[in-house]
Design a protein around this ligand. Sequence first.
Ligand SMILES: [Mg+2]
Length: 232
Amino acid sequence: MATILIDLDGTLIPLSAWRPIFIELCEKIAEETGVRPEEVWRRARQKNLELLRALDWKAFDWQEIFTEVAREFGLSQAPDIVVSLQRHLHTFALNEGAAEALVKLKEMGHRVEIATNGHARYQLPVIRRLGLDRLVDGVRTSDTYQCPKTCPEYFKNADVIIGDNPVFDVYFPKKHGLITVFYGDWKKESIEHSQRMSIDLTTTEPDAVVNTLRDIPDVVERLLEKKTAFPM
Ligand SMILES: [Mg+2]
């Protein structure tokens, strides 16, 4: 039995799921301050990227980020992101094959945990809404460890990680000895994220790449067998 970590945003659900919430927040702040919503988003994204590059878990505290932006425009606070999330939760859906992959991994006898850089207060409502809490054995969020998917505590007792982010789902987990399965276009994404994060990924390779979530159980099984046959 192995412990398998699987990413949420961009893996189990589309990366675009949060878009309507961010748009709503930007529009509300724009409305109250007279600036363009695009400018609100530019500032929020800039703060998020600065914190991301510093590998700070607060890069994922969107309430704090939007509050800082709102204050820069003279407001005392930003709209409540969790309230906005509740309004849009019905639009959230799983990526094709997500539930089937989780069920199969569990049937194979593995411990399966969702591993997200997002904070619990934003991610747990989504996880419950989609019924993922009934399909997995646990949820790891960056606020619990006060570090994103970068530090040893986050990856403790885990054997495999599956995700769509070259830095957080491949580069750092590999440093901590995990088997990594990348979901998506590795070549394209690794170039983009390497530039975004100023991290050299040229010598980093995931152990496997999948383009569909359905392939995950077989790929994980094959990689775990290989590890048992050739322990390194
Ligand atoms: Mg992701």
